[in-house]
Write a protein that binds this ligand. Structure first.
Ligand SMILES: Cc1cc2nc3c(=O)[nH]c(=O)nc-3n(C[C@H](O)[C@H](O)[C@H](O)COP(=O)(O)OP(=O)(O)OC[C@H]3O[C@@H](n4cnc5c(N)ncnc54)[C@H](O)[C@@H]3O)c2cc1C
Length: 416
């Protein structure tokens, strides 16, 4: 292929697009003012959550919203000022809690999640990154029957869709994770689920492979794109510009900031999330463990133990909410014998559309521009298959799954 593609945004999604495009024979330039993989893709819970087809905005959320919003000890935080000024997105997000909408989301997410490994594994092996992947399964724990029953609808969806899992009792939880000090009466094991030991290192390996294979990297943020006679011109913050035949917008939660590509009209917002980390304590658990009711995961990494989660609706402000960090610290210390203070903490921005589906496909406003963003809680998991789909679409090949549910044209009501 003689065409040259610019990929704007080098998080795990953009990096995966870049590698898949190279694999198809395109020339590729990556554009990002930050180090590849250093923003939201660096701080996630490390889990390839191929079981994650039930969205956050499900019918249960609607019922639980008042208690989640006003309970002091809640994994959900909403900044009322932000919510009021972003009411259309909030209402649309809640509208997608209706059972009919949720069924559509589950079916679409299931169709793409089934291709998780077909998208990721070729990249992992191209990048020689097998040492960053473990396959010990993922454990979900419940402290009592009430918590277990509350999560039954999600397990029913897994059963209906043939997603393999097994229920385990208190003794089995302890056998598998002897350091859990809290008594969890019930657990679920997803044995097929894998995790990375470091999501930032994984993107760095992808980037190294990309550069070795002739890719180029422009270390600047893009401001806007415009159609030129001989392609698409990308204007950078540093006043330079570059020309490409086609362009992929993969700036995660920041994708609306690229003017001229049409993404600025789509209802993209962010579910903020946090992690805390304890250096050197990775041996406390053997796999990623989620205390479902408390809305967070713990993951053993190559450099320590990470506890990550919570959802905060408060926009792209970099200001951390200490209450969210304290919440994760408190909950983690209820489960494991951990020091009073973590070694480090972090805030990240999940890119979220109101229907909890990513946007993958051609811009309807700007020919030659392609979108790959909006992967909310599943960006690490879905990056590989997103890259594969984008490369198939740009190469003019039939995509390996039906991409209609992910089309940007599903949003009829645009933001001007
Ligand atoms: C607490 C937490 C836990 C999570 N756990 C998991 C998990 O276990 N499994 C999972 O699958 N997902 C998880 N996620 C979600 C996942 O991390 C995200 O969906 C994913 O990282 C999004 O990747 P991205 O590449 O779209 O965005 P990002 O990683 O944010 O990358 C976007 C890139 O675009 C660049 N950029 C921004 N503006 C511009 C511009 N104007 N020009 C050029 N470049 C620009 C940025 O510098 C950045 O490098 C979690 C998220 C959080 C917050």
């Amino acid at each position: 292929m003689n065409q040259h593609i610019a990929v704007i945004g080098a998080g795990v999604v953009g990096m995966s697009c870049a590698l898949w495009l190279q694999k198809k024979g395109f020339g590729v330039t990556l554009v990002d003012g930050n180090e590849p993989g250093s923003i939201t893709s660096s701080g996630n819970a490390c889990t390839f959550a191929d079981y994650g087809c039930v969205p956050v905005n499900d019918p249960g959320l609607f019922r639980q919203l008042p208690s989640l919003m006003f309970r002091k000890d809640s994994p959900l935080k909403i900044d009322p000022g932000y919510a009021l000024t972003h009411l259309p997105w909030m209402l649309s997000f809640l509208k997608h809690c209706q059972p009919r909408e949720v069924q559509k989301t589950i079916a679409a997410l299931n169709s793409i999640l089934k291709k998780t490994h077909a998208g990721l594994d070729p990249l992992i092996s191209m990048a020689g990154a097998d040492d960053l992947i473990t396959a010990n399964g993922c454990m979900q724990v419940y402290q009592n029957d009430h918590e277990f029953e509350k999560d039954r609808p999600r397990r029913q969806v897994w059963t209906d869709l043939g997603i393999p899992y097994c229920e385990i009792n208190r003794d089995e939880v302890i056998d598998l994770e002897p350091n859990l000090k809290h008594k969890f009466e019930k657990g679920v094991m997803l044995w097929h689920t894998r995790q990375t030991l470091n999501p930032k290192s994984l993107v760095t390996r992808f980037f190294q492979r990309f550069m070795e294979t002739g890719g180029s990297f422009v270390s600047d943020h893009a401001r806007s794109i415009a159609h030129a006679r001989n392609g698409i011109r990308i204007y950078l913050h540093g006043n330079n510009s570059l020309l490409a035949d086609q362009v992929v917008i993969s700036c995660g939660a920041f994708s609306r900031q690229i003017k001229g590509c049409g993404a600025e009209k789509l209802p993209l917002d962010t579910e903020r999330g946090y992690h805390i980390q304890y250096a050197g304590l990775q041996d406390m658990i053997n796999r990623s463990v989620s205390w479902v009711d408390s809305g967070f995961y713990m993951a053993p990494m190559n450099e320590g133990l990470r506890c990550a989660g919570t959802v905060e609706i408060a926009g792209l402000s970099p200001k951390k909410n200490q209450r969210a960090l304290d919440y994760i610290t408190r909950k983690s210390r209820q489960i494991l014998d951990l020091p009073e203070s973590p070694t480090s903490d972090w805030l990240g921005f999940r890119p979220t559309m109101p229907d909890s589906l990513p946007v993958i496909g051609p811009s309807t406003d700007s020919p030659g521009a392609w979108y790959a963003f909006g992967h909310h809680h599943l960006g690490l998991t879905l990056a590989g298959i997103t890259g594969r789909l984008i490369s198939e679409l740009i190469a003019g090949e039939p995509p390996c799954i039906d991409i209609q549910p992910f089309s940007p044209s599903r949003f009829k009501c645009r933001i001007s």
